[in-house]
Design a protein around this ligand. Structure first.
Ligand code: HEM
Ligand SMILES: *[C@@H]1O[C@H](CO)[C@@H](O)[C@H](O)[C@H]1NC(C)=O
Length: 537
């Protein structure tokens, strides 16, 4: 009991420290957190669910993603290479045989963004794959840098000798014992694919020869090996390709026995080893702090000038964690206006326009979301907002969510104009973004620009183009005196399908830059902010 009490404050402080470190908004953090934990960009939705037993024909997307991460890291050599996305320039090498790797590249290139370069997607893919199949939660630290070309070769192949494999893992930063662990952690998912070009001598049948008897991330790779029945094609295949047999037996089966006798040992060892694998980056690349989910957070904030000349604020409040879905809960949005006069004493509040929930996120998490949309006269505008939460819904215990004390700030110097912001599918321009800039006394915006993020599907990078916006002329003229409209045409090749992803607009007043929210392009999965076709009037 005394121990329990002593530990409790530590755990609590740790959680609070993680949460306190975050202040909304933090665009780069928010983007990654939402795609990683809330599974909102469609990235994590790609893998099909891990079913209990392999059927021999359905590939495991999770397995393909995990193998991809290893193959990207496997050429690391004392600070050169590692998780840098160079694998996607190296897919024609014999050591990277297998359609799973090119399938993964084709899935990932549609998710490149300023905040999620390819090597971060590869690392996040491994984290998601392991978590979705029931494996441990592995910290994800963003910040990897995309290579510009292929790097050295050196991915281990099943025909290698034990000495060659031990040397390869040592070069990658893993001991002989850790090699056994990392291979077992990888080969708990998926199997050896039979095709003429892949490994027809290892899998002489058809379809996929699984490494163990489940598709889950579990210790069956070890229990099957130690206790049988063992079905691992890299143990039972032709001797020359029995790399798992050579590696697993290399310490007299000590490591594999420890995994077979304890699912917890397997799980925690894999969390550490796969964590180190994805954090193996070239010297000079500094990873940021792990992206942890925020239990309560605003998302999809958007301030817009409507066609009627009013100001609309949209925001969704997300509640995230294990078992958060509660249909009795009442969440209310409150806001202060520009001068805090019409909304004095918390007079302005609104109920959600819709509620959605997701009961089955990875690692036992759930999400309940409350979407708000409120419209006010542009003169009144907004300066900040906050929420109250009543878990029981009877008004007795109401807590406040206010960004750690300072409320969630609204910058109304810059706003979106949805009526004139859209994707275009012909001509030399691929989008038009219209921005409303506040007229505030005598201060004028010195320049207004839009940063567009385009997917370069050949270089596999997010190409950023900054386009200056010009003062709107008819019909792109503001209907109200509080705002001036600026319009930018984003150049691009309309014939490349889904080339563009998202936009950020900003206006410079004196020395201060005001940046609007990230707008999703029509081809991004979350094309929530701008329309698909442009109306010219
Ligand atoms: C000596 C080291 C290794 C060798 C020789 C090796 C070899 C292989 C081979 C031959 C396949 C079949 C691929 C195919 O048919 O497309 C495979 C699959 C796989 N490997 Fe490894 N591997 C090694 C280490 C690792 C490591 C360290 C990991 C990850 C931590 C890993 C993860 C995977 C996964 C998940 C699959 C299944 C892919 C699928 O089902 O699509 N491997 N490996
Ligand atoms: C290790 O386990 C494998 C598979 O059960 C077995 O074939 C092999 O003989 C074992 N090796 C040792 C040294 O016990």
């Amino acid at each position: 009991m005394i121990n329990g009490l002593a530990i409790f404050p530590f755990v609590l402080l740790h959680l609070i420290a993680n949460t306190l470190a975050y202040t909304w908004p933090n665009l780069a953090y928010d983007y990654v957190e939402e795609f990683l934990w809330l599974e909102l960009t469609g990235f994590a939705a790609i893998p099909t669910v891990c079913t209990a037993s392999p059927d021999g024909t359905t590939p495991s997307i999770q397995a393909q993603w995990l193998r991809t991460a290893y193959h990207d890291m496997a050429t690391a050599n004392s600070g050169v290479g590692g998780m840098d996305g160079s694998l996607f320039f190296e897919l024609d090498r014999p050591e990277n045989v297998g359609v799973g790797l090119s399938n993964t590249r084709n899935q990932f290139i549609h998710h490149i963004s300023k905040y999620t370069p390819i090597p971060d997607l590869i690392a996040a893919g491994a984290v998601i794959a392991v978590g979705q199949c029931g494996g441990p939660s592995i910290p994800f630290k963003p910040g990897r840098v995309m290579a510009s070309a292929a790097g050295p070769s050196g991915v281990p192949v099943p025909t290698g000798t034990l000495a060659e494999h031990t040397a390869a893992f040592q070069r990658q930063g893993f001991t002989a014992t850790e090699m056994i662990g990392l291979v077992a952690c990888g080969h708990t998912l998926g199997g050896v694919v039979f095709t003429a070009v892949d490994f027809p001598t290892v899998n002489t049948g058809s379809g996929i020869a699984p490494f163990d008897d489940t598709r889950l991330f579990d210790n069956h790779i070890a229990t099957n090996y130690i206790q049988g029945p063992n079905i691992n094609p890299l143990v039972l295949g032709p001797t020359v390709t029995d790399s798992d047999g050579r590696i697993f037996g290399s310490d007299g089966n000590v490591t594999m026995k420890s995994f077979a006798s304890s699912a917890a040992t397997f799980s925690s060892t894999c969390a550490t080893l796969i964590g180190r694998m994805i954090d193996t980056v070239p010297t000079g690349v500094v990873l940021r702090d792990p992206v942890v989910p925020i239990p309560f957070k605003p998302r999809d904030f958007l301030l817009s000038v409507t066609a009627a000349g009013t100001l609309n604020l949209q925001v969704t409040a997300d509640i995230f964690g294990p078992s958060v879905i509660n249909n009795n809960r009442v969440v209310t949005l409150h806001w202060a206006d520009r001068k805090s006069s019409t909304c004095a004493s918390g007079a302005c509040s609104a109920s959600p326009i819709s509620t959605t929930s997701n009961p089955s996120l990875r690692n036992g998490n759930t999400l309940q979301s409350y979407k708000f949309s409120v419209t006010v006269p542009a003169a009144a505008s907004f300066s900040s907002f906050w929420f109250t939460v009543d878990e029981v819904g009877n008004g007795v215990t109401v807590t406040t969510q206010n960004n750690g004390g300072g409320n969630y700030p609204v910058d109304d110097m810059i706003a979106n104009v949805p009526a004139y912001s859209c994707g275009m599918f012909s001509g030399p321009n691929i989008a038009r973004i219209t921005t409303a800039v506040r007229v505030d006394g005598t201060t004028q915006a010195s320049s207004v620009s839009v940063e567009a993020m385009l997917q370069n599907q050949v270089g596999m990078t997010a190409d950023l183009t900054t386009v200056s916006a010009s003062l709107g002329t008819a019909p792109f003229v503001s209907p109200i005196p509080q705002y001036v409209y600026y319009t930018a045409l984003i150049p691009g090749d309309a014939s490349v399908s889904c080339q563009y992803l998202n936009y950020e607009f900003s206006a410079i007043f004196g020395r201060v830059t005001h940046t609007g929210p990230l707008l999703g392009g029509a081809c991004s999965v979350r094309s929530i902010h701008i329309g698909t076709t442009c109306s010219t009037t």
